[in-house]
Write a protein that binds this ligand. Structure first.
Ligand code: HEM
Length: 181
């Protein structure tokens, strides 16, 4: 997993909860590199799980909730860093299918060792059905990213989720439906 993911998590915790909690999260995670990450480095995704488990113990906030909040934060950072990807679409329903067919393809060109999930997308009437599959259990991260995408475009949507496969967060179906106003 790219270092940018780790530096963004640490920055989010520093900004939202303070430097002390961020330090305690890193110490509690008992990492071999003591929480020293560079944006272009590559690290074991297990370290992200260790950090979030430690943060959960520190704050009493459940892990899935923390990972979803991190997804929301990350989308804001992706928007700041790569505004052109967002400008190319007018809505959530245009943007989300491009994550698989275009955005993550470009990410892979920038970072050939990026570890990316796959998303199967199809429309069922007005509902966008997006199936997440990964070797890593980050369906909660995907959920936060999807939720924040809808907020970014100002689209009112309902996001229904069903865990699939081993139901361990490596596979999930998201059904994203506009809420009629
Ligand atoms: C401009 C928008 C986006 C950019 C630039 C981007 C880029 C990235 C990058 C750099 C990573 C880390 C890869 C690694 O650590 O090796 C990543 C991972 C990930 N991305 Fe995206 N992404 C974007 C939008 C999205 C959206 C909207 C979703 C959800 C629908 C999404 C889902 C994920 C997930 C779940 C991961 C974690 C890895 C995994 O689950 O296996 N991304 N993305």
């Amino acid at each position: 997993m790219k270092g940018i993911v780790f530096t963004e998590l640490i920055e989010m915790v520093e900004n939202d909860l303070g430097i002390e909690i961020a330090d305690r999260m890193i110490v509690g995670a008992d990492l071999e590199n003591d929480g020293a990450y560079t944006a272009v480095g590559t690290y074991d995704h297990g370290q992200l799980i260790q950090l979030v488990l430690s943060l959960s113990a520190e704050t009493n906030v459940p892990v899935p909730e923390l990972v979803r909040s991190f997804g929301v934060h990350l989308l804001g950072r992706f928007h700041a860093l790569y505004p052109q990807f967002f400008a190319a679409s007018k809505s959530t329903f245009e943007f989300l299918p491009l994550v698989e067919s275009y955005i993550h393809v470009e990410v892979r060109k920038l970072y050939p060792d990026a570890e990316l999930p796959s998303f199967d997308c199809s429309m069922n009437g007005q509902t966008l059905v997006m199936t997440y599959r990964s070797k890593r259990p980050f369906a909660d991260l995907a959920e936060g990213l999807i939720q924040a995408t809808a907020e970014h475009y100002g689209d009112q949507v309902e996001i229904a989720r069903e865990n699939l496969g081993a139901k361990d967060g490596t596979e999930a179906e998201f059904r994203i439906t506009p809420i009629a106003c």
